[in-house]
Design a protein around this ligand. Sequence first.
Ligand SMILES: NC(=O)N[C@@H](CC(=O)O)C(=O)O
Ligand SMILES: [Zn+2]
Length: 426
Amino acid sequence: MGIILGNGNVLNQAGELTPAEILVEDGRIVGIGEKLSRDGHEWVDCKGGMISAGLIDVHVHLREPGFEHKETIATGAKAAVRGGFTTIACMPNTRPSIDSVDTVTYILDKAREAGLARVIPYGAITVRQLGKELTDFAALKEAGIFALTDDGVGVQSTAMMKKAMKAAAELGISIVAHCEDEDLLIPGAALHDGVFAARHGLPGIPSESESIHVGRDILLAEQTGVHYHVCHISAKESVRLVRDGKRAGVNVTCEVTPHHLLLCDEDIPDSLDTNWKMNPPLRSREDRAALIAGLKDGTIDMIATDHAPHTQEEKANGMARAPFGIVGLETAFPLLYTNLVQTGELTLQRLVELLTVEPAKAFGLPYGRLEVGAAADITVIDLTTEKTIDPTAFASKGTNTPFAGWACKGWPILTLVDGKIVHHDA
Ligand SMILES: NC(=O)N[C@@H](CC(=O)O)C(=O)O
Ligand SMILES: [Zn+2]
């Protein structure tokens, strides 16, 4: 006996929503049609919502092991499926960091126990993410990592990055980079080096601290032939470098976060609320415009949340000392749908692609498509009911978001992973 997702709509080739039912059996999509035979299957009402392939997020901080007070694999995976995400890749800046087979295995086991989203851990590029010594790439690959990254910090040494790319290319693993040149950082700087920081007399984080690494790494990727992916791109110069790299035939991809697409430094409240502090920082209005242009022309390949939960106590430490990061899994789709699709900036079809097939394509994942034969990773999204973002209702332990109180449409109501219902807002 299977499950029929009825009373829903799918995007057709032309990007229009058309009525469709989906039949799921044994973890796979086995039928898509306007009316399917009931045949004793369980029937689930999609209430007129959009049925899409499950969303994929390649940039999530789950905090376990080591920082379970901020998030656990179970709470993060719950937040993921509530946000419509069926596959998430989790970052290695845990304690211990994900630099050994044991830690990879620990995370995969915990994720299986939680039984919610697919969780695929990244492996660290360097031991303890200290930038000094490469981890055992072959062993990490064998253990099942998503890709390699030292996210949370940039790989400072150019020689180390080149060595990492060479080794990763040989093994067919992607190198994913948090681009940040620490030489250009001022201690305590928390916000973009732009109009807002200047108005408040605060030290700023310059755009070139990011773009210098982007440029350096694209040249190294060209040399080594590795697939190189830029995390949370934020500066217009970085977008330009990726665009040029792609034109030159370099195997470079990049992601952008919902917050960098929707906010800029001038939106930060004068109260200096630390829910507006994240790394990279919200940049200028022009940077934000360049990110949207990059999404439209294909320079930017995908959207990833950079879900980075921290406790309210930690965030209460003031702008200079509070940790960088905001949560994103439970608000990404409604925010993007309401503020980019409904405003006419992006089509619904493109938004869905940026969260499904595009990340799958870039990283060679067998997910992200709603088609017969595919794994039944499915998300149903209510495009009409408006609700206000309420952090107290999050499944995530983190409530650190600048979007509290925003009214949005586009809320995921049903999520299936491997044919199993893991979230149902009935
Ligand atoms: N993005 C953030 O602001 N913070 C991330 C680290 C990171 O992704 O660089 C975190 O781990 O909290
Ligand atoms: Zn990062």
